[in-house]
Design a protein around this ligand. Structure first.
Ligand code: HEC
Length: 88
């Protein structure tokens, strides 16, 4: 019983608990390149002004593309975009 619990704890952190930029990168590559490329994140007149706005936009676009992500997957993509382009 104890061993099983330990295994569970060892396997979890990398996948579900921490924000995972690498996973965000993968999800973004798979779902988010159909309508715009990364140029919208870096253009001079980009519309995102803070992290809250970025979160809303990611959820909006995620709905538009019909991806059914869990909240932590949405967070991964937000974190990926923020770490790579926005730096809020
Ligand atoms: C159905 C088409 C479509 C898809 C697919 C799509 N987007 Fe978008 N996205 C848009 C449109 C339209 C805009 C607004 C562009 C503009 O203002 O010129 C936009 C803008 C954005 C912006 C804001 C850019 C800025 O100005 O700073 C972000 C961030 C963004 N999308 C993230 C995503 C993410 C993450 C995904 C994948 C879940 C995604 N998009 C997939 C249509 C889409």
């Amino acid at each position: 019983m104890k061993l099983i619990l330990k295994l569970f704890l060892v396997v979890l952190p990398g996948s579900a608990l921490a924000t995972d930029i690498e996973n965000g990168n993968d999800l973004h590559f798979e779902y988010c390149t159909g309508c715009h490329d990364s140029g919208v994140y870096t253009r001079a007149d980009r519309k995102m002004g803070d992290l809250a706005q970025l979160g809303k936009q990611v959820r909006f676009c995620q709905n538009a593309v019909d991806a059914t992500w869990f909240d932590d997957e949405v967070d991964d993509v937000i974190e990926y975009l923020n770490a790579t382009y926005y730096h809020f």
